[in-house]
Design a protein around this ligand. Structure first.
Ligand SMILES: Cc1cc2nc3c(=O)[nH]c(=O)nc-3n(C[C@H](O)[C@H](O)[C@H](O)COP(=O)(O)OP(=O)(O)OC[C@H]3O[C@@H](n4cnc5c(N)ncnc54)[C@H](O)[C@@H]3O)c2cc1C
Length: 379
């Protein structure tokens, strides 16, 4: 075999997986279709302070800290979600990836940039991965961390996630620093929201996630921000990429594990995938570490990975999807009423005071509402 483990995809989840496996003492090769580490990434890079402290993310790649967010209704009502300490940080995704890549290389990971994995075949005691460029690599096991990728998931026999949302983003000049602002309403997003998050006093990341009509939604968000004087440009070039909704039918096969967006391990309410992807990558690493040593890499041996990640984030994904579906069904009139109730009932302040309600764990926040329904209706 060329190597013990081949990791496909140099996004945050693939880089973290490769580094951790190398730290365990395995020979690891990282395959990435782009010719070099990503310089422009369509991702806002907002993660919780919980995620940052768990993984020790603290460096020059941090662009901002957020202790509050302003959420706007379609008609312009504002709710302020606020805590005394920062709840989230924003990463410069390109320099963050460069840092993760350097750490992986320092741990001994070998990299092959400019190679797009196309097909996987089983050989004796391993797998052969062939790239579009005609190169082949062999390994005892493969980790699929190639983002949302139906072609590769079909080629590996893991099925495919056939539902996705559109994520759009641009870096924009701003006239008023907005910290973190979220914009709701059917014109701006079907099922999610738009956002403006300040990098500094004069630039911000503008973006949105939507199930449908991405280009119309972008125009609506642009108009809203332009009319409010938050942004100055009349035309903005943006990048767009799909974000998976749902999971693969199986995130494991003989000698194969799937992690991150490839497996659909992201928060259904916001499309945020960095933290959940990293948590699942840790479980993939410990499963491989245990099984490579004994060369027990059959589907049955690797099944524990899926059991473990589902027990960690499965209920969050389930409840998050229910919430996301329910939110998609709410029309703008009802949304205005909900904003009004939230503003007058003191519910937002009460929830902000509950320390167990955290940035990433929306299922827990919903559980709190179910246990305390009067918090929602009393006003
Ligand atoms: C507009 C937008 C904003 C977002 N904002 C946030 C946010 O604020 N916070 C958050 O947590 N998440 C956010 N996300 C989601 C986040 O970007 C993803 O969840 C995260 O990047 C997933 O990491 P990953 O490593 O699994 O996949 P990716 O980051 O998609 O990386 C996959 C890598 O695999 C490579 N690749 C693909 N196919 C192949 C192949 N066949 N062979 C070799 N290489 C291949 C790709 O080039 C890429 O480098 C956002 C997404 C979008 C679209």
């Amino acid at each position: 075999m060329n190597t013990d483990v081949l990791v496909i995809g140099a996004g945050p989840v693939g880089l973290h997986t490769a580094k951790c496996l190398a730290e365990c003492g395995y020979e690891v090769r990282l395959l990435e279709k782009k010719p070099e580490a990503a310089k422009q990434v369509c991702c806002t890079g907002i993660i919780s302070t919980e995620c940052a402290s768990k993984y020790g993310f603290d460096g020059k790649y941090i662009q901002n800290y957020f202790s509050e967010a302003s959420v706007y209704s379609p008609g312009g009502q504002k709710l302020l979600l606020k805590r005394d300490t920062p709840q989230a940080i924003m990463l410069d995704r390109a320099s963050f990836l460069a840092k993760l890549l350097q750490q992986a290389i320092n741990c001994g990971v070998r990299t092959s940039f400019g190679f797009q994995a196309n097909s996987i075949e089983y050989i004796e005691n391993g797998l052969r991965i062939t790239t579009k460029e005609g190169q082949s690599f062999t390994a005892k096991a493969v980790v699929l961390a190639a983002g949302y990728n139906t072609a590769l998931s079909r080629a590996t026999g893991l099925g495919e996630i056939n539902n996705f949302a559109y994520g759009l983003q641009a870096e924009v000049d701003t006239s008023i620093p907005s910290n973190l602002s979220l914009f709701t309403g059917k014109a701006i997003s079907q099922g999610y929201f738009g956002w403006l998050s300040s990098i500094n006093d004069c630039t911000a990341k503008m973006g949105l996630l939507t199930r449908k009509n991405p280009f119309e939604c972008w125009s609506a968000l642009h108009n809203t921000l332009y009319k409010q004087g938050l942004i100055t440009a009349k035309h903005i070039n943006y990048v767009c990429r799909p974000v998976p909704i749902g999971n693969l039918s199986a995130s494991f096969g003989d000698r194969v594990l799937a992690v991150g967006d490839f497996a659909g391990q992201l928060k259904p309410t916001t499309g945020g995938g960095i933290y959940f992807g990293l948590l699942c990558a840790d479980l993939a690493v410990s499963c491989l570490d245990k099984n490579i040593k004994t060369n027990k890499l059959s589907k049955a041996n690797l099944a524990e990975y899926e059991k473990n990640w589902k027990s960690l984030i499965g209920s969050e994904l389930y409840i998050g999807r229910l919430l996301s579906r329910a939110y998609t069904g709410i029309d703008d009139r009802l949304l205005e009423q909900i904003f009004k109730k939230c503003a007058t009932s003191g519910m937002i302040e009460k929830m902000a005071a509950k320390s167990h309600l955290r940035f990433d764990w929306h299922g827990k926040a919903f559980g709190h509402l179910l246990k305390n329904p009067f918090d929602l209706v009393r006003s």
